[in-house]
Design a protein around this ligand. Structure first.
Ligand SMILES: Cc1ncc(C[n+]2csc(CCOP(=O)(O)OP(=O)(O)O)c2C)c(N)n1
Ligand SMILES: [Mg+2]
Length: 362
């Protein structure tokens, strides 16, 4: 039997090689297509606004932007029902908005304000809303993979038809959690969609240096999980891939692993000067593979939309983002009294340490 040495193909993938798998418009109407464009604009402008607020000192701690990866989030979440679950990483602001949390509440959370979706106590990496079925915002790389496996178990145990979709990066697949989550959900045929956003870097570590094989396909095969490789810069291809995986999950056939090839246009976080990649590589991606520009080109060529339509979407999105920033600016910070609320479920006296006087410093 001929064994193919997958290592032979270990070269760094160039932007031009990224495949586009969807040739049609997925049966969507012009309005639905323009709505996908609008959603990507909201995410892009929201993150640009957040970066500005961070520079002005309005946002503290870390801030990981999703700029460049919008097609992945918009395409994926547009394929889900509102009752489906999403579990994400610290790069989740856009996912929170796409799950229906108001941009105002997401921005206020970034500012640490009491009106934020996690009451200002989670911040950038810990967006959460049980109501909208966004189960984080997880700062621990790979944690979302096993959390979504647990949610999948809950869904399956209760005989429900929901799906849990989890977003994680190329760095997370080298964690034990990835292997545990994939294996167990395959054994129990859990309704989980594993979506790896391969943006080619895990902080400063390039996939070409970190992975012994250049694709996740063999890792999926190791656990008997179907694998889909998709152009993460193509919003419709993303939607099609996640639809296929979610339908399989809903039929009770188990999980799918999707590898979305994408690129983050900014550094890992606001503090990253990105010395591990060339300016030339960055500018090639920005010039040739911007997911919003690519989608506009496609709609324009098919004569489904014109520049005025895109402009109108951009203006509408800009107004939503401005409103979110104003709301965050004007909202109050949590008070000291809030410090112990929601810490433990039973707060009726169980928190003995609350009133314990702190040891004075020498
Ligand atoms: C278990 C764990 N190890 C290390 C870190 C530090 N860390 C934070 S983000 C990150 C990189 C993850 O990269 P990737 O999974 O590719 O996601 P991306 O940032 O590219 O979206 C690392 C190593 C962490 N948060 N958790
Ligand atoms: Mg990455």
């Amino acid at each position: 039997m001929a064994v193919r040495d997958v290592r032979q193909a270990r070269e760094v993938r160039q932007p031009a090689q990224a495949p586009s798998e969807t040739q049609d418009f997925g049966g969507l109407s012009r309005e639905q297509l323009l709505d996908l464009h609008y959603q990507m604009e909201v995410l892009r402008l929201f993150e640009e606004k957040a970066a500005e607020a961070y520079t002005l000192g309005k946002i503290g701690g870390f801030l990981h932007l999703y700029i460049g990866q919008e097609a992945s989030g918009v395409g994926a979440i547009s394929a889900l029902a509102p009752s489906d679950y999403v579990v994400s990483s610290y790069r989740e602001h856009g996912h929170a908005i796409l799950k229906g949390i108001a941009p105002r509440e997401v921005m206020a959370e970034l500012y640490g304000k009491a009106t934020g979706c996690s009451k200002g106590r989670g911040g950038s990496m810990h967006m959460y809303s049980a109501e909208h079925r966004l189960i984080g915002g997880q700062a621990i790389v790979g944690a979302q993979i096993v959390i979504s496996t647990g949610i999948g178990f809950g869904i399956s145990y209760q005989g429900l038809k929901d799906v849990a979709l989890t977003f994680f990066g190329d760095g997370a697949v080298d964690e034990g959690a990835f292997h545990e989550g994939l294996n167990l959900s395959s054994v129990w045929k859990l309704p989980v969609v594993f979506l790896c956003e391969n943006n080619m870097y895990s902080m400063g570590m390039s996939v070409s240096k970190a992975w012994s094989v250049p694709s996740l396909e063999p890792r999926a095969a190791a656990y008997g999980v179907p694998y889909i490789s998709v152009d993460g810069m193509d919003v419709l291809a993303m939607r099609a891939a996640v639809s296929q995986a979610a339908e399989r999950a809903r039929r009770g056939e188990g999980p799918t692993l999707i590898e979305a090839h994408t690129y983050r246009f900014r550094g890992h976080s606001m503090a990253d000067p990105a010395r591990y990649r060339t300016r030339d590589e960055e500018s090639q991606w920005k010039a040739n593979r911007d997911p919003i520009v690519l989608f506009e080109q496609r709609l324009r060529e098919a004569e489904l939309a014109r520049d005025e339509d895109f402009k109108a979407n951009e203006e509408k999105a800009a107004a939503v983002v401005e409103d979110a920033a104003r709301f965050a600016d004007e909202s109050p910070f949590p008070t000291e009294d809030d410090l112990y609320s929601d810490v433990l479920q039973d707060g009726s006296g169980a928190i003995a340490w609350r009133n314990k006087p702190s040891t004075p410093r020498e």
